[in-house]
Design a protein around this ligand. Sequence first.
Ligand code: UDX
Ligand code: UDX
Ligand code: ADP
Length: 470
Amino acid sequence: APVKVTKICCIGAGYVGGPTCAVIALKCPDITVTIVDLNKARVDAWNSEDFDLPIYEPGLEDVVRQCRGRNLFFSTDVDKGILEADLIFVSVNTPTKKSGVGAGFAADLNYVELATRRIAAIATSSKIVVEKSTVPCRTAESMRTILEANSKPGCRFDILSNPEFLAEGTAITDLFSPDRVLIGSLQTKEGKEACQSLKDVYGHWVPTDRILTVGLWSSELSKLAANAMLAQRISSINALSAICEATGANIDEVANAVGKDSRVGPKFLRASVGFGGSCFQKDILNLVYLSESLHLPEVAAYWRQVVDMNEYQKRRFSKRVVDTLFNTITGKKIAVLGFAFKADTGDTRESAAITLIKNFQAERALVTIYDPQVLQSQIWSDLMEASPGVPLETIKRQVSIANSALEACRDAEAIVIATEWKEFRTIDWADVYTRMTKPAFVFDGRLLVDAEKLREIGFKVTVIGRGERL
Ligand code: UDX
Ligand code: UDX
Ligand code: ADP
């Protein structure tokens, strides 16, 4: 019969493991949830007295406040967490490989492997091991091989794949009412029982018809497919935004008309300066790598184009800024509003802002950045990573960080909106105008501001997906 889960351990207290397991603790008071991580600073932040959590996510603090110390615990004692649990989520990072075979495409599964080997070495009783890491690519199968080769007598390991579909910025509401929960298992008796155990955990709050149970590999591939299809919509609308700019059509009007077709649907059709985040690019590059490994070059080329289009969109937008500012931005002050990859998160992984700023640096502009959530230390480390070998001192000669949007805009010749933070809509634009060098330019990379209103104030406004109307 299926094991009734009473103790869960989650390895990895990051953007996925943290919120997911905090919500499980909230919804399942009868289950003890321990989230472990090797990174002591991160664990300390989760445990901090004033709830100064390591990630910014609306609603998260409230969940942690309700559960921490009750049935939710954060610890660096990975081994103890493994020993005590009957179900273990593996939710560690899976960055793109930087060197070796598949560099730039394949996922680096080193962290998953280390965590899996630790489970095999430590466990003294049977465990259900659930793969939740962000790049699932035959990962479950590798985990199964490692665990089965290392299990002790009387210890069995059942592997499940349970990809997470939450989006950052809305993680808590996504977890409270997910479109679906996907659980993949081996189609054996034991596999199905393990699947039922995890289903019962989610059953505490997710309606049964939203919990889909499938094969292991279908589950993993579905996660890659969902992210690839979502990213594909953005690249499609961004490709159309280039046509709009060249012809005077308006991408809002086009996206709205297209989205009204119920077969297409209205969501995820917002033209932008390019998608970012830890998932889309990484997952598509994995799909490309997988397709190539399977000798399907046409399939690989099809998906690769989604990423190429995203790179093109960022280049195109940067060029439009330079062209509009009379073909040179050398020595000109440019305020970049927003550094996170989307609103309502402090996460900057693959953020379009990083590429834009790098392009502006190459043109020898002076850049001032403001973001309401991203830590200054994070901005500096991202900019250093984007320009390998360039010392921070050199970067700081061209780039500075402001504490408010108003401060960033002082004496600027142009404002570039890179993230769709709501507060940028409500800044006192008339006040901003008086502080800027004239003519004062605004480049809206997020379809965020009311361009007409800004033009009335005196700004020269350029919006993604709309023809030049200075
Ligand atoms: C994504 C998936 O949505 C989620 O299901 C998966 O689990 C993880 O990857 P996330 O990256 O957190 O989530 O955010 P998402 O809202 O998907 O946005 C990704 C990027 O696309 C952001 O940079 C966002 O600004 C951009 N985007 C999104 C657009 O440019 N236009 C849109 O219409 C939607
Ligand atoms: C299409 C558009 O749907 C319609 O809005 C437009 O006005 C004219 O073009 P049509 O070509 O008549 O209509 O049929 P449609 O149902 O869109 O199918 C087009 C082709 O796609 C068919 O060969 C169909 O078999 C195929 N198709 C459709 C698939 O292979 N898979 C699908 O999921 C849907
Ligand atoms: P994600 O967005 O996938 O959640 P993060 O990088 O935010 O990725 O979180 C992954 C976490 O996993 C990090 O905090 C990292 O320290 C932790 N981690 C990686 N390997 C191990 C391991 N073997 N044991 C415990 N924690 C680990």
